[in-house]
Design a protein around this ligand. Structure first.
Ligand code: KG4
Ligand code: ZN
Length: 335
């Protein structure tokens, strides 16, 4: 067990995932079984369908993670598992599987906060040591976080309504694009005019690092409804590009404001929306102007996976901070 091998399980949303990571940084296996194809039929994630999907997949996914890594349970140092936030039924499936595995093999259990997992994803790709600033942007979260050390997470700002990815998904749906909408909008926007429509940017109070995307979503819906009523032609490319420009401008400017509070601290962008090409381009441009460093984990580590959960569990393993078998799933777990 001296290698510090952690088996991690992640089932908070629509990916059934398991991974073995060595020493908090070396990926030995990383299995992600996506339910996207199933949920696409419904235009989004259906919680009950997600739970059932996890039940069907979890045993095989965990076995594959061990097999891919060439690791026997007796070689493991701990079992890590996401216990919130997320869909409670989905979380429970992973939690029960992880607990059972830990109990059967006499291994300590480490519960991990899903967002802390996203925060640690870059450690698997040689990203910065603390302190760092993180912009977490996914289907469920939009947060700016300062991480002074491996155990402290100071939330500087968060969304007051929709998450950034949620705004992408809802706008895509309004444009008749399939779920998940982020990549669709990204692709469509590349041939659109980002200045065609002046969608609102919600800056909130002057010193606030919080976000709000529901006004933007409503503005897009109103535009489409009005155009439909009047029989006006609307180019979906232009709507996608103008919407994306509005989201990205706010995300990047608030990140720049956070950097000004912590000069010299590097920025990591994590979560599925970190894949967005305009977000990456704008981060490059502003980082150059403002003189800060930024990076994003490789795409496969930006979206939900269990390797990031193992990476986040590592600092707790080295301190012996374990959870008991009474650990419960918490849909609204805070940081
Ligand atoms: O981190 P993730 O896989 O799952 C959650 O924890 O939510 O993020 C998924 C989200 C979805 O909302 C998806 O539309 C969005 O990330 N996304 C993107 C892009 N790729 C994925 N949003 C904008 N541009 C993209 N290229
Ligand atoms: Zn996530």
């Amino acid at each position: 067990r001296e290698k510090g091998l952690i088996l991690a399980v992640e089932t908070s949303c629509d990916e059934t995932a398991a991974s073995v990571v060595e020493g908090g940084t070396r990926i030995r296996s990383n299995i992600v079984s996506s339910q996207i194809a199933i949920h696409r039929r419904f235009g989004g994630v259906v919680p009950e369908v997600a739970s059932r999907g996890h039940v069907e997949q979890i045993t095989a996914v965990m076995a594959a993670a061990l097999e891919d890594a060439g690791v026997h349970p007796r070689d493991l140092a701990a079992v890590a598992v996401t216990y919130g936030p997320g869909l409670v039924g989905a979380l429970l499936v992973g939690l029960m599987a992880a607990k059972t595995f830990a109990w059967v093999h006499g291994l300590p259990l480490i519960g991990v906060h899903h967002i802390v997992g996203h925060l640690f994803a870059h450690r698997l790709a040689g990203g910065p040591e603390p302190p760092w600033l993180a912009l977490v942007v996914s289907g469920g979260h939009t947060e700016l976080i300062h991480i002074p050390n491996d155990h402290t997470f100071e939330v500087l700002g968060r969304t007051r309504d929709d998450a950034a990815g949620e705004a992408f998904d809802k706008t895509a749906r309004a444009l008749g694009l399939p779920y998940p909408g982020g990549p669709q909008i990204d692709a469509l926007a590349s041939s659109g005019d980002p200045e065609r429509y002046a969608f609102p940017r919600s800056w909130l109070e002057e010193d606030s690092l919080d976000f709000s995307f529901s006004g933007l979503k409503t503005a897009v819906l109103n535009l489409l409804n009005d155009a439909h009523r009047r029989g006006d032609e609307v180019r979906p490319e232009d709507v996608a590009a103008s919407f994306q420009a509005a989201v990205v401008e706010v995300l990047v400017e608030k990140t720049v404001r956070a950097v000004r509070r912590y000069p010299g601290v590097p920025v990591v962008v994590a979560g599925g929306v970190a894949a967005n090409s305009t977000l990456r381009r704008e981060m490059d441009r502003r980082a150059e102007e403002e003189g800060f460093l930024w990076s994003a984990p490789p795409l496969a580590l930006c979206t939900d996976n269990a390797a990031m959960i193992a990476a986040a569990a590592w600092p707790r393993l080295s301190r012996g901070w374990f959870h008991g078998m009474d650990l419960n799933a918490r849909a609204n777990l805070g940081l």
